[in-house]
Unconditional design. Structure first.
Length: 205
């Protein structure tokens, strides 16, 4: 279902054929950098007046996945970005639109996106178990922090998590020792800045 929603979003970007606007075009299931490294220049359709970058994140069997797409689009799609991103439960997405030839090849500040990697894993038993299966994940441009989180609800339900996270979530997700919006779930979240900074030195419960 999640893949169907993501495919639907991708189809919205490229349905017409001839235009003057040019945008970078690529799709990757690995990372923004991987998408950028394979990007080609596409001539947009007659009604496609925007360049777009879509980043979607979701989980399958407890593992974080992501999809990155750059393409041509229309202002009508960009105006509905919030509605489109809220269509599928369990999928977090971010849509950024811009006008001007090849404007979707750089970040909001006009510079190349700097790569950031974090260790990622999830376990219901212990942080040590999480670390044993951890892998390296390239973060999206907005995820400029790495995190280590421990959460539990009662004595029998625990979760140990490492991964990419935004600066905003670092300060709000575990306020006052509880998950934001759900005081029944106690949590502890530690964040750091820098690639792979959430290693074993950040501690394990």
């Amino acid at each position: 279902m999640k893949f169907a929603a993501i495919s639907f979003l991708m189809l919205l970007f490229g349905t017409l054929e001839v235009s003057r606007l040019k945008c970078y075009q690529c799709t990757s299931l690995l990372s923004p950098a991987n998408c950028a490294s394979t990007a080609t220049q596409a001539t947009c359709g007659a009604e496609q007046d925007r360049c777009i970058t879509l980043e979607a994140k979701y989980e399958i069997d407890g593992m974080s996945k992501q999809s990155i797409t750059k393409d041509c689009s229309a202002s009508a799609v960009c105006d509905r970005a919030a509605d489109i991103c809220g269509q599928e439960e369990g999928v977090e997405c971010d849509i950024e639109c811009c006008s001007g030839d090849l404007c979707n090849g750089v970040d909001d500040e006009g510079s190349a996106v700097e790569d950031n990697f974090c260790f990622t894993c999830i376990s219901n038993s212990s942080m040590a178990d999480c670390i044993e299966s951890q892998t390296q994940q390239q973060c999206s441009p907005k995820e400029n922090r790495c995190g280590v989180m421990f959460a539990y609800q009662g004595e029998l339900r625990s979760m140990f998590r490492k991964g990419c996270i935004t600066e905003e979530y670092c300060s709000s997700l575990c306020q006052n020792g509880h998950i934001e919006g759900d005081p029944s779930i106690e949590c502890e979240l530690n964040c750091c800045e820098g690639s792979l900074c959430n290693d074993e030195s950040m501690g394990a419960k």
